[in-house]
Design a protein around this ligand. Structure first.
Ligand code: PEP
Length: 250
């Protein structure tokens, strides 16, 4: 059985008070008996308080990034050990905004993945093609290369700590969603790509999330596809009612 997961990436939104308000709403509204793994990723400065706030709930906390080094002269950066020390053991890596705006390469992301796994963190590994790749029918190649170059250095045993998040860049924050059929086609391709290198057990147990303008209106249909195990949610994760509707759409 694969884990069902809905994760909210809050990006650079919500100050301390707003974080607490949104968490309170989520605590009140997310069913306590859900078998969906619910994760929220507030900004770094609000992680420690979010962990405290959510201590007796079924909502987990993720970081939006981590540095690849153990520590040192890296002004402005945060290490895996620091995250773990405040109770955060999940990290989102490879997000398209990190790749595009902060120039993170597959090689750098691979380093970050290795560091996070060495610290026994769970990695939500994001990847996905740009519009030009899909228009030139190169999207399967791009996705395969991102997986191979950013993730396939890990050992089979490490896959227990990995969640995949397919996020076509053209659908992130644009209101443009991949159709449920496009999502399924790519998720199936991803699972088969994992199978070729790591075998059936890994391929059949890894959760593959879809991300890109998921909303309450389209979540159910996307999540109904056999290889879609949940979602990574951006904009709609910032409103409690929308996020809860998505969580309960699986
Ligand atoms: C994201 O940034 O991971 C994302 C999926 O954003 P949105 O849901 O806003 O498209």
């Amino acid at each position: 059985m694969r884990k069902k997961i809905v994760a909210g990436n809050w990006k650079m939104h919500k100050n301390a008070e707003q974080t607490e308000d949104l968490l309170n709403e989520l605590i009140a509204k997310i069913p306590t008996d859900t078998d969906t793994n619910v994760i929220v990723a507030p900004t770094f400065v609000n992680l420690a308080s979010a962990v405290d706030h959510l201590e007796f709930t079924n909502i987990k906390v993720a970081a939006q990034n981590v540095h690849q080094a153990e520590g040192g002269a890296f002004t402005g950066e945060i290490s895996a050990d620091m995250l773990k020390s405040v109770g955060v053991d999940i990290v989102i890596l490879g997000h398209s905004e990190r790749r595009a705006i902060f120039h993170e390469t597959d090689a750098l992301i691979a380093n970050k993945v290795n560091t996070a796994l060495e610290h026994d963190m769970t990695v939500i590994f994001c990847f996905g093609e740009e519009l030009k790749d899909r228009q030139s029918a190169n999207h399967f190649n791009v996705v395969e290369n991102q997986l191979k170059d950013g993730l396939f250095q890990i050992e089979a045993k490490d896959w227990e700590q990995v969640v995949l998040a397919y996020e076509p860049v053209w659908a992130i924050g644009t209101g443009e969603t991949a159709s449920p059929e496009q999502a399924q086609e790519m998720h199936e391709f991803i699972r088969e790509t994992v199978r070729k290198t790591y075998g059936n057990e890994v391929a059949d147990t890894v959760s593959i999330l879809y991300g890109g303008s998921v909303k309450p209106e389209n979540a159910k249909e996307i999540f109904s596809k056999p290889d879609v195990d949940g979602g990574l949610i951006g904009g709609a994760a910032l409103k409690a009612d929308d996020f809860v509707a998505i969580v309960t759409a699986i």
